[in-house]
Design a binder for this molecule. Structure first.
Ligand SMILES: [Zn+2]
Length: 414
């Protein structure tokens, strides 16, 4: 068989494995509660708060779509005209320098295009009182995330083009294995390495809440090493909590905003949801699906990237040439837009399962509903967003869906 036939075979095997794994591990049956219950939940929310949340999202919406459009347009222009190749050539003649610096240059150009929108967005979130960040703090966060992106992106670009350089016929095989390994590594390492760049974490002081959270985890069979408080209030009023780490490094992290905005019972309810993710190994499931999907994407890139018409548009001879970075960006941007809604759908089902776990563990759907109402109100979430927008982007069920699920749960157990 030729490398190309091997690639097609490998792609089919990977996609079949992804489909089988997803079929087995994603809780597909957890559809949202009936619409009538959701409308009923909407009626229980404060009308003024709902109007304010909708106004907030109506203000953010144009910028959001403009940024998506500009990102796509820039990627297509850089990828489907020789402009991307020209940009990469500016960084010199050596293939490795072109790969890293040329790649970063292409990304910087697209980032600069959307930077004004990010600035404008910050003015909106400050005006609505969600962000508490000064321009200095905001710019600091942007620079930090650019730095993290540049380091990661540089490693990926150097790795990718080293493989295409030394194995021009079989790079897709090494690339697929490498990217799958990277996804696994990053999902374990990134929280530990990157979280402390943005926030400080301090152990929650001894007291009834800390004791209750540790007992909750123990009772759930998901022992955690510590309960940490993140100093989120220096940038946001939004509330959140999560569980990170695996096995012996697992810890519950609670935003400090949560401790001032929510009741202790509600904090317990959120933590119970997060423990559900740990108990069902959702991070591991996501990591495996991500690794299979990324490996398949590299092989698809090889197959699509051998299409002469595309290469001619980009003014390059091969997708493995660093001058084809613009084309890589265009293809991955389009792939991301297509995969996004599928990922969001899977995420919403997984979140619904963690919600059910929270209510099983606490036996308290009333507090769960109150917590959802509080989270939605404080975070200015649109409690019942437009249907298609929810389908395209939402990683979690909407506030009214989660409140309705709590009512349905309470009905079922009584
Ligand atoms: Zn969750």
């Amino acid at each position: 068989m030729t490398p190309r036939q091997w690639a097609v075979t490998a792609l089919v095997v990977l996609l079949a494995a992804l489909a089988a794994f997803a079929a087995a591990r994603v809780p597909w049956h957890r559809a949202p509660a009936p619409r009538a219950d959701q409308i009923d939940a909407l009626g229980r929310l404060d009308a003024g708060a709902v109007a304010r949340a909708r106004e907030f999202h109506a203000e953010l919406r144009p910028g959001r779509y403009l940024a998506m459009f500009l990102g796509l347009a820039a990627a297509l222009v850089l990828g489907l005209t020789p402009l991307g190749a020209r940009l990469v050539e500016l960084t010199g003649d050596h293939w490795l320098v072109r790969a890293v610096l040329g790649g970063l240059l292409v990304v910087v150009v697209t980032e600069l295009l959307t930077l004004p929108i990010a600035i404008w967005r910050h003015t909106v979130v400050v005006r609505y009182g969600i962000s508490t960040q000064s321009w200095g703090g905001w710019a600091g966060d942007m620079l930090k995330s650019y730095a993290v992106g540049a380091v990661l992106g540089g490693v990926v670009l150097a790795g990718f083009f080293t493989v295409t350089h030394f194995a021009p016929r079989w790079w897709w095989a090494f690339g697929a294995a490498g990217v799958a390994g990277l996804v696994v590594l990053l999902s374990f390492v990134l929280p530990v390495l990157v979280e402390p760049i943005f926030n400080k974490f301090t152990p929650m002081p001894a007291g009834p809440l800390r004791t209750e959270l540790l007992e909750l985890a123990e009772r759930d069979g998901v022992p955690v090493r510590d309960v940490l408080v993140a100093d989120a209030s220096r940038r946001t009023r939004a509330v959140n909590a999560y569980v990170s780490g695996l096995g012996p490094t697992r810890r519950i992290v609670v935003y400090d905003t949560m401790l001032t905005e929510a009741t202790p019972d509600e904090v317990v309810s959120v933590a119970a949801h997060e423990l559900g993710h740990a108990k069902d190994n959702d991070v591991l499931t996501g990591t495996i699906m991500g690794a299979l999907g990324a490996a398949a994407a590299v092989i698809a890139l090889y197959l699509v990237g051998s299409w002469g018409g595309l290469l001619r548009l980009a003014g390059v001879d091969s997708i493995g040439d660093p001058r084809a970075i613009g084309l890589l960006l265009a293809l991955s941007t389009v792939a991301g837009l297509i995969a996004g809604p599928a990922q969001a759908f899977v995420s919403r089902r997984v979140e619904a399962r963690a919600d059910a776990h929270a209510m099983d563990l606490t036996g308290d759907p009333e507090t769960f509903e109150a917590m959802q109402r509080r989270l939605g109100t404080v975070n200015l979430a649109d409690p019942d967003p437009p249907h298609w927008e929810h389908a395209m982007f939402a990683s979690h069920p909407s506030t009214v869906q989660r409140m309705a699920a709590a009512r349905a749960y309470a009905r079922a157990v009584r």
